[in-house]
Design a protein around this ligand. Structure first.
Ligand code: ARG
Length: 572
């Protein structure tokens, strides 16, 4: 059963109590240090309406307190509000009844979804993420896209949405002609594919004759030459095996079935160019078919002057495919912020061509660069962007040591499993907890810290609750809503109540870090609760209520971590 939050109910009630509200009015309800909830939005509204703020606030307060609406249905059921006061220049401080708070714990516990709604029902999101490049090392940027995309996929699905995962791998273009040509000329070179790519690239730069042969090879490849295609297929296969290995280590949802590489759009590219030209959206300039956008520095090149197609044409074909065939209501691209101009032009062009109708939302969920400890884009000592597998291995190794130190009696197989859950969790959380658009620092020491805003801290908070619950015995006792509540309990319940709102916010803004912040604050709230409130040693009905509170907190932490793709082991 969907259980709306107190904050949402109060916001609706305030809005209904106001004589007139401008579109987009936000009552700004949040947790308060002075009461349970506070609403700051009436103050700003009074200014807009040119009303004395405290007076308007008092009117709203009276409405909220009595629950007698002026001609509108009361959005707030009776028995919820204990007290409403006007504070400062015109804030509303709202205190809820203990019955309502405890009743809420029972309601959420009774629902396997913890009362979280399904606002994404009927919405199909095509999610473009991970997208590494064939024959090249997957780098930390691809890792970031994979992790953020995975969290978004889980969140949207949890909220009832349909997610069509699209792994737009780079598997087409000049560089593959170059590599095939190199492989044909150097059969004795058996280095790793990524290494041979680098050698081929160096040769391509240094030797104009090789570069010319490579270009001829691209033409052959794109023209369907069977020998070139066979080598290309083998290359793609080798790389996708490696990608799958990384996905498995990471424990993300992506599989080989989600791959829709650039090459898959090849048959559509001529049509894309032809249609754009016919519609007058693109025109020939210096031999190339271009789209000129207002304010852009350079045009979007649909077809190069040599007749070849590149990255922009592929993305235009992909938009059309995603709307028409995949029936997207929303397309989200989890791609590095540096590609913002590219996506702006692709979306703009697709809109002008009518391929991206106004009701379909296209979002570039851009993310910042991963920085090393020196504050520069992350690289290993050899100067390469860090090979992922090594990086993940290091995280797991460190985490295993942390877990072993904390729990020396853990049997080896369990230790290995926990080490993996903690290590991979740390990598993911470090990434997800940084606001998406900001650059983030790759710092294993910080990721593995047991305190502060890290996944290990959250996993410990969860495991500690599970151990209390294990000691408490089998079933969670029914909540007694007439029992007294400590302030730390009220605060914890209000935090728990906000879970669904936060998850919906993550989906709306493509911002997993909001869930990280929430879970961190929840873990802090439960720590404060422990310090103040004995659980198992308390008399009834406090004992039973506190066990229920521990159970709801544990489930909320586990569900939240799960939505981030992070394991919540029962023991650490
Ligand atoms: N393969 C590209 C890269 O590594 C990212 C692809 C992003 N997705 C897209 N539809 N363009 O930079």
């Amino acid at each position: 059963m969907v259980v709306p939050s107190f904050a949402a109910l109060l916001a609706a009630r305030i809005t209904a109590a106001l004589p007139s509200v401008p579109a987009g009015f936000d009552p700004q309800v949040r947790l308060s240090e002075h009461a349970d909830l506070q609403a700051d939005g009436v103050l700003a509204l009074a200014r807009t309406l040119r009303r004395p703020p405290r007076q308007l606030a008092a009117e709203v307060a009276a409405e909220v307190a009595t629950g007698v609406a002026t001609g509108v249905a009361a959005a707030l059921p009776g028995g919820i509000v204990a007290d409403v006061r006007v504070a400062g220049p015109g804030f509303l401080n709202v205190t809820l009844t203990g019955e309502a708070l405890l009743g809420r714990v029972a309601e959420r516990l009774a629902d396997p979804r913890l009362g979280v709604g399904l606002p994404e029902t009927g919405v199909r999101t095509v999610l473009d993420y991970s997208h590494p490049n064939v024959a090249r090392e997957m780098h930390v940027g691809h890792l970031r896209s994979t992790i953020i995309g995975d969290a978004l996929a889980r969140v949207l699905t949890h909220l009832g949405g349909t997610v069509v995962r699209q792994n737009h791998i780079g598997d087409w273009g000049t560089q593959y002609g170059m590599l095939i040509q190199y492989l044909a000329e150097h059969p004795a070179d058996t280095a790793a594919l990524t290494q041979r790519y680098k050698t081929a690239y160096a040769l391509f730069q240094a030797d104009p004759a090789f570069a010319a042969r490579s270009r001829a090879r691209v033409v052959a490849l794109q023209g369907g030459d069977p020998d070139s295609l066979a080598v290309w297929h083998a290359m793609v296969e080798e790389s996708t095996r490696y990608f799958s290995d990384v996905y498995e280590r990471l424990g993300v949802l992506l599989t080989a079935a989600d791959i829709a590489g650039e090459s898959s759009y090849n048959p559509m590219l001529a049509g894309v160019a032809g249609d754009l030209a016919a519609a007058g959206v693109a025109r020939v300039s210096d031999g190339a078919l271009c789209v000129f956008a207002d304010g852009a520095d350079a045009p979007l090149i649909v077809r190069k002057s040599d007749g070849g197609f590149g990255y922009p044409a592929t993305d235009l074909a992909a938009v059309r495919h995603r709307v028409t065939t995949l029936r997207a209501d929303r397309i989200v691209y989890v791609v590095d912020a540096r590609q913002a101009p590219h996506f702006r032009m692709v979306f703009d062009t697709a809109r002008r061509a009518g391929w991206l109708p106004p009701e379909v939302e296209a979002v570039h969920a851009a993310f910042g660069v991963v920085l090393g400890a020196d504050g520069r884009p992350f690289k290993t000592r050899s100067g390469d962007t860090a090979p992922l597998v090594g990086l993940l291995g290091e995280a797991v190794e460190r985490a295993t040591a942390v877990v072993a130190a904390k729990n020396p009696s853990l049997p080896a197989p369990e230790l290995a499993e926990r080490g993996r859950e903690v290590g991979i969790g740390a990598v993911k959380y470090a990434d997800l907890s940084t606001s998406r658009t900001r650059d983030y620092l790759y710092d294993p020491d910080r990721m593995m810290a047991l305190t502060g805003n890290t996944s290990v801290y959250l996993q410990y908070a969860h495991a500690r609750l599970r151990s209390v619950l294990a000691k408490a015995g089998s079933a969670v006792p029914p909540v007694r809503a007439d029992a007294p509540l400590e302030d730390v309990e009220r605060a914890l319940i209000l935090r728990l109540d906000g879970f669904g709102d936060v998850v919906a916010g993550v989906a709306a803004g493509c911002e997993p870090h909001r869930l990280c912040t929430y879970l961190f604050e929840l873990a802090q709230a439960v720590t404060a609760f422990y310090e103040r409130c004995p659980v198992l040693r308390s008399p009834e009905p406090l004992r039973g209520n506190r066990i229920a509170l521990c159970a709801l907190t544990a489930s909320t932490l586990a569900t939240g971590l799960g939505l981030l793709g992070i394991a919540a082991p029962p023991q650490l």
